[in-house]
Ligand binder design. Structure first.
Ligand code: BYC
Length: 315
């Protein structure tokens, strides 16, 4: 029996090493299934909770064009969430169970969404920095070993690129506006920079899942490697806008061709993921309320689907 499992594990690893995808019905180690369910469900929850800070500004967008774009972006995030729940379900845990873990506070979602969106400039900062950091991570995840997750990522990254661009455009406009608007853009950057740097996960040595997830090509790079790429790409964009990244240690190294940067406040990060961030309680309360308010929609959809099912059977 033991030899059989060893052989299966070896075949599984060989497949991964050759760059082949693992599909839902393929044999996989239980820990691979567990790691992926953990990451994919956290990711789905992040998309859903991530609608809240931006949704906060839909009714207050400065004009119709901005409102329509923001509305579409928030809808995209909902779509990403549903897409990812479907992909996670292929590993054997039902959507109901995954949602229950979110609503009871057992599941994690991205730390970044526990910060408040205080001004319109925050909507720019979220698109530019949060979607920007997410793209860095997700283009890597799109090359991952699990078929349904990697395909979901390919599709999601295309939309995230638009999100990133619209955020940059909002901040660029503010940064070239009145003094007050420029200050608003700088203030948003000051508040969102470090949380965005930290959302890419703890640094090497403090990232317990990385070794195993990299062996299985769930992740192909460390959190630090992606963080570096995000910083290298983003700093020149801040320069173009005339905004200052709030890090005095930020300096370009001509030899390595990378920016050196200061130490994030990791204590703050761990407090946020423990549930003690500025908005953790509000996010969970709002999410639960939205789920409860949507009960009648789910009931109606189920009733409609079963009616259709009976109709199809008769026909
Ligand atoms: N927040 O061993 P590590 C979006 C946890 S949404 C909270 O490095 P891993 C968007 C981690 O879970 C984008 N927790 O973990 C949506 C682990 O705890 P557990 C969201 C975090 O998995 C709407 C522990 O810390 N993207 O784009 O190897 C609007 C140790 O960490 C965080 C994803 O979810 C965090 N930031 O690496 C706008 C991508 N970081 O589970 C935009 C999928 C770490 O052992 N996830 N933790 O109890 C991933 O790629 C990886 O899970 C991470 C962390 C890179 C985040």
């Amino acid at each position: 029996m033991e030899t059989n499992i060893n052989t299966l594990e070896q075949q599984f690893q060989d497949k991964i090493d050759k760059g082949q995808k693992i599909e839902p019905k393929d044999w996989m180690p239980e820990m691979y299934r567990k790691q992926l369910t953990r990451m994919m469900s956290q990711h789905a929850h992040s998309e859903i909770i991530g609608m809240l800070p931006e949704g906060n500004w839909i009714t207050r967008a400065p004009n119709l064009r901005r409102k329509a774009i923001l509305l579409a972006k928030v809808q995209d995030e909902a779509g990403h969430g549903l897409y990812l729940y479907s992909a996670a379900e292929t590993l054997g845990t039902s959507r109901e169970e995954l949602l229950n873990q979110l609503h009871t506070g057992k599941a994690k979602y991205s730390s970044i969404f526990n910060y408040p969106s205080l001004t319109w400039a925050d909507i720019g900062a979220i698109g530019w920095l949060v979607d920007g950091a997410a793209i860095m991570n997700q283009t890597m995840l799109a090359k991952g070993s699990y078929g349904p997750y990697s395909r979901a990522m390919t599709r999601i990254c295309k939309e995230e690129s638009f999100h990133n661009r619209q955020g940059y455009e909002i901040l660029h406009t503010l940064a070239h506006g009145t003094n007050e608007q420029k200050e608003m853009a700088q203030d948003a950057l000051n508040r969102w920079w470090w949380p965005a740097v930290m959302m890419l996960g703890p640094t090497e040595g403090n990232s317990p899942n990385t070794e195993q997830t990299m062996k299985w090509k769930i992740k192909l790079e460390t959190n630090d490697a992606i963080r570096q790429r995000f910083i290298d790409r983003t700093v020149p964009q801040a320069d173009v806008m005339g905004l200052k990244i709030p890090d005095d240690k930020l300096v370009y190294n001509e030899t390595t061709k990378h920016y050196a940067y200061g130490e994030p406040n990791w204590n703050e990060f761990y407090e946020v993921i423990k549930g003690n961030g500025p908005c953790n309680k509000k996010r969970l309360d709002d999410r639960n309320k939205a789920h409860d308010n949507g009960a009648w929609v789910r009931a109606a959809a189920e009733a409609y689907a079963s009616k259709q099912h009976i109709k199809n059977k008769v026909a």
